[in-house]
Ligand binder design. Structure first.
Ligand SMILES: N[C@@H](CCC(=O)N[C@@H](CS)C(=O)NCC(=O)O)C(=O)O
Length: 210
């Protein structure tokens, strides 16, 4: 059983998509970040960076004590290796998957997070920041579009944790002032993932339980 510390954000949805895709048993522990539950000592013991998602695997492969992990990319890689699913066993496609997973974690997610912040949450408009993160958002969608124009999925022929990490951020493309008509390969990929039954289930998980 996996304990998932979760809120319904793009980074949270990465993990519920993975768990729904693989059928690995899990139990959700809601973290209400608006109520600052990410700062409780109990949660910080699992996620010292005070952010969700985080997991505790009560049956780790080494048979030892429960294993806790934070950072959505590390969690996806751990669960993919645990199940042998959603990461290719082919040497080269595995490297490609890790490369695009790290691209999402280091670039696409953080830059789009800044886009959201300066477009929707900053207490006053900061034109330089709005323009900087909009330009970077457009550049990153261009990178993704070029990759997906050559491959069915981000790492190659197979749906993988790289796609799972990236999709939830593309769900918010309108909030990022991105028109997918300008990125037709992303549009094709997005629609194909949106239609997956496990993805539909992941987005139907009730949002706040506490
Ligand atoms: N790099 C982290 C980012 C996680 C993250 O930013 N989580 C946000 C919600 S999406 C959070 O918990 N924020 C609470 C806070 O910053 O206090 C990951 O991918 O897991």
């Amino acid at each position: 059983m996996i304990d998932l510390y979760y809120a319904p954000t793009p980074n949270g949805h990465k993990i519920t998509i993975f768990l729904e895709e693989t059928g690995l048993p899990y139990h959700i522990i809601p973290i209400n970040i608006s109520a600052n539950e990410q700062f409780t000592p109990e949660f910080l013991a699992i996620s010292p960076n005070n952010k969700m998602p985080a997991i505790v695997d009560r049956q780790p492969a080494d048979g030892g004590d429960p294993l806790s992990l934070f950072e959505s990319g590390a969690i996806l890689l751990y669960l993919a290796d645990k199940t042998g699913q959603l990461i290719s066993q082919d040497f080269r496609e595995r490297q490609s998957t890790l490369q695009w997973l790290f691209w999402q974690m280091a670039g696409f997610g953080p830059m789009l997070g800044q886009n959201h912040h300066f477009n929707h949450y900053a207490p006053k408009p900061v034109p330089y920041a709005i323009e900087r993160y909009q330009l970077e958002t457009v550049r990153l969608y261009g990178v993704l579009n070029r990759q997906l124009a050559r491959h069915a999925f981000m790492a190659g022929d197979s749906f993988s944790i790289a796609d799972i990490a990236t999709y939830p951020w593309v769900v918010s493309h309108e909030r990022q002032h991105i028109d997918l008509a300008n990125f037709p390969a992303v549009r094709r990929w997005f629609d194909s993932i949106h239609a997956r039954p496990a993805v539909e289930r992941a987005y139907r998980i009730p949002t706040q339980k506490n």
